[in-house]
Design a protein around this ligand. Sequence first.
Ligand SMILES: [Zn+2]
Ligand SMILES: [Zn+2]
Length: 392
Amino acid sequence: MTGERQQNVAGKAHDRPFADLPAGIRGMGQNGEGRGIPAGFSMTDRSYSRMKCPVCGEDCIKNASEILALRHEIFKPCPDCSGRTFDKQVPLPDISIAPPCSCGKRFIDEVFAHVYAIRIEEGDLNRQDPLRAAGIPLIHPGFAMASAPYLPEKSLVLLSHTITRQTADRLMAEVPEMRGVVKCGDFVPGIEDIDLDGIPEVHTLLAGCDVRANIFTAQTEPIVVYKQQSTMHIEFPRGYDPKIIAVGANVRKFEPRTFVDALCGAGTLGILGALLGVPHVILNDAWYAAAFWAAYNVRVNGEQMKVDSVDLKYDYEEMKQRPVEREPRLIAETTGEQSIEVYQGDFRQLHTVLPADVDLSVIDIFEKRDRELTRRVADEWRSRVGGEVFIP
Ligand SMILES: [Zn+2]
Ligand SMILES: [Zn+2]
């Protein structure tokens, strides 16, 4: 695909800004090939750098070192880049669309103005709506930035409560920076309740691909964490993350042999433990998407760990068939000097599969303001599992 030329909004051809960024994902979804993930995936296998995305089947997932190498330049303007800054609280003053620069990037506000203009034309916004009504922009890859980004192709996932499929298709066709469009409901996707009550809901991917990465910076190792945005809650790295600092401090203090991340979400805290050199790390989440992406992120960051291979036992479609598990089932494990395991299950049943030598656990529960609940959870864990426990 290198050297392929694509049409920009003004109809003028321009080079793809980053030859090593994902190629176009139009026409995705029809191609069943590449959706499953090969079991027994060796870290030394050359195919490691060509991980197929489980959502779109394309090469939209890179390993951590590739993403990290891009991050200093990816959103920087070239000398010719320029762009207007708009007030998001008021309607766009005039509907005029500025095309991307010859370098292929465009200032985020200009991209947002383009989205707004298309949504006005499609009738899902009206001219009195403020610019921010165009949606929630999530940048790929997301990390703490000192200044507003200039976006290259396929770097924006847009979330909106009111968007239609027709508009989403048009955005994907006409706005080159668009990576995926998600219609969201009034809920946090996935499991909200510690007792696993209720049926978890997910947002709807309308067009493109909504798999994106966040880069979290710990004192030592940056961590790259992918997730499918429609299935997981929104988070964005701020450059200062108390949970990451807490894990770093506790791992250094207790030097655990076995570290458990009992409610792991997409895996950030457990993976940090592995990057800090803990020999045995166990991650767990009852929600299929969390457990899957945690396992996938072990693979994404695996080059920086002492692991030879990462074996995912189920593909994404198989995991989706069992969205919430109570009894823990092993869904991924590594071979090599460091042992990393990922389970899908209720964290309160995890003690049935844990080894006897767990010496540090992190339990990242949602309901932290409920002091009584957090104390009960930590006490119960101590009595069943033992070792040090902290709630970040
Ligand atoms: Zn994808
Ligand atoms: Zn430029």
